[in-house]
Ligand binder design. Structure first.
Ligand code: ADP
Ligand code: TRP
Length: 322
């Protein structure tokens, strides 16, 4: 079973990224018979980040974040998307079998159009085709992501079907994998936590910033003694994903029956975050001192990924007459 996922280096990873995607990515390296391919989607990031040194730095930082969170380069292929340029050639070929209408219906594109002209480039319109190329070039079976990426994986399936219908069976059909309870992790304002909404809790933020972000979580004006709804209480929802099952259930019960205040919950969330990510935060500091190691990991991952990508691309070129 081949597992593949990517993440853009467009900002600092937040709790939504971690719970919805990165935690699954790291956990899946332990699954027997799974071959994991994870990459930093720097080609995709060009659609929003247009500053060379910043993109390079953000890419390096995301690599350190993943490694600090426990990604083991001996068990997964971990690489930069742009170190496998074959993927852009495949994206072009897929462009030629992709109906315009399929991309016009993509939520991300529709959102960009609604927000006005700024981000409305051909690259952004084409974003799902490059993502389909990422998924299909490695003949991926499973794509673990958060809910917001579901439609993109469905588009990849549609593009695979279109190509296979024209040129014969070539691409495997990928399945999206979304963990229900963390499909859409709420941010500090209650909307989906997202780098673009400024409502994040960054997992590697300094303790001061982390505290500020946690204490900015929106709550209602219920007093300490009042019973609260555990399904809408954001600090509790976030905490529950980080605590042991029994501890989370106990806390939910106490919140529902009254007696637990928001300040107490936020303090507990802040402390739990520091503890939960304590080891990762230390490892992250160590990795800062080892830039060569990080670079070597990415290059070795790319070598492994590129071999596989080349095989698929050669078959595609042969079948399409290139
Ligand atoms: P952002 O919306 O912050 O820009 P990305 O698009 O870079 O996040 O997402 C990286 C990965 O994290 C994707 O798999 C995405 O589905 C997942 N993800 C992002 N935000 C959330 C969230 N709030 N809840 C669950 N998963 C999320
Ligand atoms: N679009 C994804 C995101 O913003 C990143 C991504 C690029 C990706 N290519 C991918 C995710 C292939 C899964 C598979 O989060």
């Amino acid at each position: 079973m081949r597992i593949l996922s990517g993440m853009q280096p467009s900002g600092n990873p937040h709790l939504g990224n971690y719970l919805g995607a990165m935690r699954q990515h790291v956990a899946m390296q332990d699954v027997k018979c799974a071959q994991c391919y994870y990459f930093i989607a720097n080609y995709h990031a060009l659609t929003t980040l247009r500053d060379g040194p910043t993109l390079r730095e953000k890419t390096r930082e995301l690599a350190m974040d993943y490694l600090a969170l426990g990604l083991d380069p001996n068990r997964v292929a971990f690489f930069r998307q742009s170190d496998v340029p074959e993927v852009t050639e495949l994206a072009w070929i897929l462009d030629t079998v992709t109906p315009m209408g399929l991309l016009e219906r993509a939520h991300a594109w529709k959102d960009a159009k609604h927000k006005g002209k700024k981000g409305e480039t051909v690259g952004l319109f084409n974003y799902p085709v490059l993502m389909a190329a990422d998924i299909l070039i490695y003949q991926s079976d499973v794509v673990p992501v958060g809910q917001d990426q579901k439609q993109h994986v469905e588009i990849a399936r549609d593009i695979a079907i279109a190509f296979n219908n024209i040129y014969g069976e070539t691409f495997k059909m990928p399945d999206v994998q979304i963990k229900k309870e963390v499909a859409t992790v709420p941010g500090t304002d209650g909307q989906k936590m997202s780098k673009s909404y400024g409502n994040v809790i960054e997992i590697f933020a300094t303790a001061d910033l982390l505290k500020k972000q946690v204490f900015s979580i929106k709550t209602d004006s219920k007093g300490v003694a009042e019973p609260k709804d555990p399904t809408t209480c954001i600090p509790l929802i976030l905490l529950a994903h980080l605590l042991e099952k029994n501890a989370a259930a106990e806390l939910e019960k106490n919140v529902a029956s009254g007696g637990v205040g928001y300040a107490e919950l936020k303090t507990k969330l802040f402390e739990t975050l520091l503890e939960y990510f304590g080891e990762a935060r230390e490892k992250r500091l160590e990795l800062e001192q080892k830039p060569d190691f990080v670079e070597d990991v990415l290059l070795a991952g790319a070598k492994k990924a590129r071999k596989l990508a080349r095989e698929t691309l050669d078959e595609v070129r042969r079948k399409s007459g290139l």
